[in-house]
Design a protein around this ligand. Structure first.
Ligand code: ADP
Ligand code: MG
Length: 232
């Protein structure tokens, strides 16, 4: 049946995902282990360059550990997907909550005029919040240091759906990468997980919606989310 087919597709997607995540976890472990062994040896040998080595290594250790930790949290978000808790919720309220947190960062200005009216959709609350967080985080990470970062969020009601636009003035996405960004594990960042947008796509589709983007190099990117209204 169609639902059995959907389930087996989901299972093979899971297996693929698990394989890739295992790979991503193994990657930083090798340099961590080698680095610690090297430091231990240099400490025992009373190497005069030990202090400098230690400083250099410890910084990269922290980066590797941070990358492991974000793989773990993004994967556990993914792993929760089969038993999602779908409920009626106000997408405006949730978006406002995400924006409020990111507004506290001082390298970016976020424009968002939240409407008075709620817009009810059916979604998993945690998933959707994480989805907005991922989009905002990506927008901030796309900002070049040379100009002030601006994120513009607006929305419009289109029939029985809401269209939400999250626009940044970041670097944009090079043409050859545009078909890849929603793939799990695709990243251009040295300590990225590549799971953020895969998660965004999954959580929006779980809520019956669609996500797509437009981008212009050196000008910025806009992510569009279309989410259907909950039935009365
Ligand atoms: P990560 O952020 O860990 O790299 P994502 O799945 O969130 O993983 O994003 C995948 C890739 O898509 C990023 O590495 C980046 O190259 C690109 N990307 C995502 N959002 C944006 C954006 N707003 N502007 C430019 N590039 C982006
Ligand atoms: Mg990301």
């Amino acid at each position: 049946s169609a639902s059995r087919l959907a389930q087996s597709e989901r299972e093979s997607a899971w297996r693929e995902m698990a394989k890739q995540v295992a790979h991503e976890i193994k990657n930083p472990l090798t340099p961590l282990k080698l680095g610690l062994q090297l430091l231990e040896k240099s400490w025992k040998d009373k190497d005069p360059k030990f202090d400098a080595k230690f400083e250099r290594f410890s910084k990269s250790f922290v980066e590797q550990i941070e990358s492991l930790s974000s793989i773990a949290s993004e994967f556990s978000a993914f792993a929760k997907m089969p038993d999602t808790r779908m409920q009626k919720l106000d997408v405006i309220e949730l978006l406002t909550q995400a924006v409020t947190i990111f507004k506290q960062m001082d390298n970016v200005t976020i424009h968002f005029n939240a409407p008075e009216q709620p817009f009810l959709i059916i979604a998993d609350r945690d998933q959707l919040l994480r989805c907005f967080n991922n989009l905002l985080k990506n927008a901030i990470e796309a900002m070049p240091p040379s100009r002030p970062g601006i994120i513009d969020i607006d929305y419009s009601i289109e029939g029985r759906s809401i269209l939400i636009n999250v626009r940044d003035n970041g670097n944009g996405i090079p043409e050859n990468l545009r078909t890849k960004i929603f793939e799990p594990n695709f990243t251009t960042k040295s300590s990225g997980t590549g799971l953020g947008l895969a998660f965004v796509k999954n959580s929006i589709e779980n809520a019956g919606g669609k996500v797509w983007f437009e981008t212009v190099l050196e000008k910025g990117t806009v992510f569009h989310l279309n989410l259907p209204q909950a039935q009365a």
